[in-house]
Design a protein around this ligand. Sequence first.
Ligand code: SF4
Length: 711
Amino acid sequence: MVKTQRKNLRVGLVDADLLCNGTRHPNLALLKIAGYFRDNGFERRTSDEVTYEGDTYELLTNESNFEELLSFDHIYVSCVFSFTLDDPPLLLTCLMQNKSIAKKVHMGGTGSYANLSVEEGFAEKREEDMHRLEHDAFLNTLKNSSGGFGIDMCSQMPDYHLYDEYVAMMEQVKKSPAYFKDYKEYSIGFLTRGCFRRCPFCVNKLERKAMPYSKLSDFLDNEIDENTGKLKRPYIYLWDDNFLASPYWEQMLDELIATKRPFQFRQGLDERLIAQNRRGEDMARKLANANYHGDFIFAFDNWFDRKLIVKALKIWKFYCPKRETKFYLFCGFKQTEKEDKKFQKDIAEIFMRICVLMRYGCLPYIMRHENYKKAPISNIYVQIARWCNQPGFFRNLSFWQFCYKNQTYWEEHTLGREVKGLKTYEEFMEDYRYGYYSEIGLCTPLRTVFDFLEKYKEHKKMFLSFFNMSFKQMINPMLWHRDVEIMMEGNKYVMDSDFWANVVGNPTNEKVLLKAFYTHAEEGMLDNKEKSESLMAVLKQYKCSEILRIIEDGFTPYEIDKKDISQFSDFKDAYYFVPMKLKGCGIKNVDYSKMGYLLQKEKRKDVADKKYGENHMKTCAQLGLCHFEKCKANPNALGNIFIKLTERERADILPKLCLYIPYVQNYFMGGATDDVRDSILSILSKTTQIRRRSNVNTIIKTVKDAMEYEL
Ligand code: SF4
């Protein structure tokens, strides 16, 4: 029998949204299809002049040659966004309209049906799309990793290289490398799919729950970069619709944390569950302490959820007071030209939600449904989004100020006029009545706000109060403040106002205070003069050995990161001169370079100054003697008290502050031997260990010497 050899296959993959620049992240379905072909021995084809002897697959882009399209055996097109199909890119039109090509096209994705209502056939389209690839006749001729036929979208490992050539080319042409980091630095997947909330505007509107989807190992990439020896994709991002709604959220979160890779949820997390789930406190604590990548993003889609959101925010901000927290604010849904009331309500509800977020120190991110374009003054959505979605503006300007700032910029830079600064609405109106703007006109943002306030005069006062809200004035940390609770020797103690009024001289409260300090449970006390004075008074009375006994009660070792190991050239610069300079220099937010300069005893190069400043500032913060955040330092109450002590008093307190450092606690609780010290240092490279060992020894010796001379 003569065996006939089949011809080599050529497969094209099209990311439809990419063709019209509608996306800046890879299409996961395409990555998985590419991975499936790769696993079946297909070679990824590039534009290099190479002869391919087997089956191939490749990404088709706007550069693709029409003649060549005819040579493909199959073309898989994925389209996520409906706006891509509103004005389809040329390649997509060619694929769909040329009869001989169209029959080879397999098209899917939410773009063609996401905005349909149930009456318009959403359910059928959704069902078809969710199983399209698993039912695909050609894919079903190939094998999956478990030996069966057909692609398994849950477990299929993506081919993270599909976009390599496109990205390399685009980086050269225009965009910066950072623009393409989603293509290069992340493992991508869904741990769950679906949601139980059934929001009418969402593709999950017919789903009933969040179901398990891929395992982390199905998409976790372990490729090593040959040049650096490090992971090529050190981060993870997840597309889960409502991760926290899954009953397995904790197990999956633990798995993510165990990878030690920074991760993030791109679709936002459901903040309401922190209030609704009986384990909401644990959810918030675990998430807040995880190695989360970037800002935490939740959703506040409906004003009627405000009570739940506020309840959840009180919990969330308690556990996560410092990290940036953003909320997607959905708006513009079902707007029409004629429904003024609905429009006013939608705008008012955006600002009412913003008001809640401002009070809790969170940032909004406006997400507009495409119906916004039909609203009576649709441009106001655009201006609100421009204001909210650029945190620099949102943090520093009210909405009115933002719109007026556009006007001043335009007057100054386009018209070449001298402008005096931002006007209030009242000042603007006065000049408006005098005809100032009939001469020069209004820029679009200001015109939009002006038209809006004129059109809805009867609610002008209310809208003006919204438009004048200022983030810096509204934020109120007392809204999420809780009295710290400390467990000691099996008992619970609440550090409320009564507690603070009776610390010094009350042996139990003194120990509770020390417990709170050494467990880093009440770091706010370091910024509070009265509380820091109480702490200092108590520290003076207790010996290091007594403090170690307090630390020992219920001690769990800290997780130590490389950056937590101290580094300094002159210890006294760190514990004495940094807080002294911070107090005396009169500058806020001192950066590394400035601190290096302030500590300078002799002239150094700028780069050396910066490093010196960084090392000594960080060590000072480890001792609790300055406020350190986002690479900037400010004086704190404890540091201010410490520098006023006599030299002898400082020598007595310093070893006790050394015990505040987490790795130092690990060292003493671990047995205080050289082996323990070396195992702490072992997270550093060999050469760094050599450099840091003497610093660590200095700190340990400071404590040990003090204990040696204890009476
Ligand atoms: S909560 Fe989010 S994921 Fe769930 S249905 Fe609503 S919009 Fe969709």
